[in-house]
Design a protein around this ligand. Structure first.
Ligand code: GLP
Length: 246
């Protein structure tokens, strides 16, 4: 695992965007695994800027997102489909037919999850998977206690995740209680993983994920077993890691 330190959110975002840009430049038909939440917003903004400067071409890129809330359709402003359009898809030359998220409105949850896994397989896995990190160590919506190595599945969100994500909704009551998430199995299939983590609220989770025991109680800790993981963090998020990283 590599740790790259940026001095603040802006620098972390620039560094993370550069890693993704390099991936697309080296392999224009890359499959990018994408994440939502507050952490990658700056990364996407930097990618959009690079595209506008003419440095990046997304026309052959395909994207697969980690997760989606159950019950929210793509027009719902808090859906992850909407988030992706607002932050990235609408501003670059990605083919809308090449961007994929779990279907929050699927009637048959089992079939929706199986379909997403078939899609991942048909794309050949992600060349690069971008991840945020939940304060409780979750990645995607793989919550603590889920067995490792699940495929795409429907998950009940924990109270701490509902509280953490309530800031994006008008009230806590509006936060969906369920989500579809790519499983750990799908995440680990990525050839490279880049995690972005900033702020003091992530410090304990960063420590637990990368320096604690590998346990389903800390879902991200399985990343310790992946051969190519880069963590891009600010000094606050890295504040509990061994001194040489801070
Ligand atoms: C949500 C998402 C995760 C994300 C996490 C952290 O629960 N499903 O993919 O990593 O939040 O979000 P933030 O970056 O806003 O702290």
């Amino acid at each position: 695992m590599r740790i790259i330190r940026g001095k603040d959110y802006q620098e972390v975002s620039r560094i993370t965007a550069r890693l993704i840009a390099a991936q697309v430049l080296l392999k224009p038909e890359s499959v990018l695994g994408l994440a939502t939440g507050g952490s990658p917003v700056g990364t996407y903004a930097n990618l959009v800027e690079a595209y506008r400067r003419g440095e990046l071409d997304f026309s052959r890129v395909r994207t697969v997102n980690l997760d989606e809330y159950v019950g929210l359709g793509p027009e719902h402003p808090q859906s992850y489909a909407y988030y992706m359009r607002r932050n990235l898809f609408d501003h670059v030359n990605l083919d809308p037919g090449s961007t994929f998220l779990p279907d929050g409105l699927a009637q048959d949850a089992g079939e929706a999850c199986a379909r997403y896994d078939r899609l991942l397989e048909s794309l050949g896995g992600q060349d690069l998977q971008l991840l945020g990190l939940g304060g409780n160590g979750h990645i995607g919506f793989n919550e603590p206690g889920d067995a490792f190595l699940l495929p795409t599945h429907r998950v009940a969100l924990t109270e701490s995740t509902i509280s953490a994500n309530a800031r994006f909704f008008e009230s806590r009551e509006e936060v969906p209680r369920w989500a579809y998430t790519m499983g750990i199995r799908g995440i680990l299939a990525a050839r490279r993983i880049v995690m972005v983590a900033t702020g003091i609220a992530k410090a304990q989770a960063v420590y637990d994920v990368f320096f604690g025991p590998v346990t389903p109680q800390v879902p991200g800790s399985i990343l310790q077993l992946h051969p190519d993981v880069t963590l891009v963090g600010d000094p606050e998020a890295l504040s509990l890691t061994p001194a040489e990283n801070r």
